[in-house]
Design a protein around this ligand. Structure first.
Ligand code: KIV
Length: 282
């Protein structure tokens, strides 16, 4: 499809679209154009992904793992995510930035959810928030949306409930498919502008995508969703250790950095660096 024919997604060279907004998500679904998203936690990666034409950046609570080194996303706090989100917002001119509401910042009810969402919007200038949970979070979504804040919902495997779900387990299999469909409809009815489906069989994700009028965003939910989202450190080969099956690695940044750091160490040891061209004359 030519860039001219795309309502957005033609990259930064697309003169028609200066800023991706939630209504462009809806238009993309209606026109069958796939939405792209990556996580980002800092200014430099955000500006690169924005320049590449990625449609939205999620400042995920996966920062708990990737930035802060916790073993799950559970300990990460609003105060830790706010400076990261503000940095990502400063790095973009086109992409829509979604601030992830961490565990413990909305579960107490709609008032707490609205309070947290307002903090993110005012202190980071993000364009939307995301929170986990289907039916159980519908009241929170409704309150935040009523206040004029766009909400991206997140159902299927929800990492903040890892212990309640019994580990990293595919959601929506067998009889559980009905619960997933109910969650999907609950978040749409509550006013979410899009819904992330994480670790869901492709066939059930296809059914959800068919039944909902809002876009579905896959994180390991197959090719039939309206968009695809990946955690950038997995996607770029920066994460060490086990990578989920659904991730395609588009680079091996971790190995590149490792080799560069080893070469730097050797060059300093042997006096190769700094060379004459790196010195200032009097
Ligand atoms: O925090 C995150 O990165 C996420 C995505 C995996 C959806 O919530």
């Amino acid at each position: 499809m030519s860039d001219e024919a795309r309502p957005y997604g033609g990259g930064t060279s697309d003169p028609a679209l200066k800023r991706v907004r939630t209504r462009h998500f809806q238009r993309a679904k209606e026109q069958g154009i796939k939405i792209t998203g990556l996580t980002s936690y800092d200014f430099l990666s955000a500006s690169i992904f924005d320049e590449a034409g990625i449609d939205f950046l999620l400042v995920g609570d996966s920062a708990g793992n990737t930035v802060f080194g916790y073993d799950t996303t559970i300990p990460v706090t609003v105060d830790e995510l706010i400076p990261l989100t503000a940095a990502v917002v400063r790095g973009v001119s086109r992409a829509l930035v979604v601030a992830d509401m961490p565990f413990g910042s909305y579960e107490n009810g709609p008032d707490e959810a609205l309070h947290t969402a307002i903090r993110f919007m005012k202190e980071t200038r993000s364009h939307a928030v995301k929170l986990e949970g289907g039916t159980r979070s519908a009241k929170q979504i409704k309150r935040v949306v009523r206040a004029g804040i766009p909400v991206m919902a997140h159902i299927g495997f929800t990492p903040q409930s890892e212990h309640g779900l019994g580990g990293h387990i595919i959601q929506g299999r067998g009889d559980d498919a009905q619960r997933l469909l109910e969650d999907a409809h609950a978040v749409e009815d509550a006013g979410a502008f899009a819904v992330v489906l994480e670790m869901v069989p492709s066939a059930i994700a296809a059914q959800v995508t068919e039944e909902l009028s809002i876009p579905t965003i896959s994180v390991g939910a197959g090719p039939h969703c309206d968009g695809q989202l990946l955690v950038w450190s997995d996607w770029a080969g920066m994460s060490r250790g086990r990578i989920p099956r659904f991730v395609k690695q588009y680079a091996q940044i971790g190995d590149t950095l490792l080799e560069a750091a080893k070469t730097f160490r050797d060059d300093v040891d042997s006096g190769v660096y700094p060379a004459a061209e790196h010195e200032y004359s009097e």
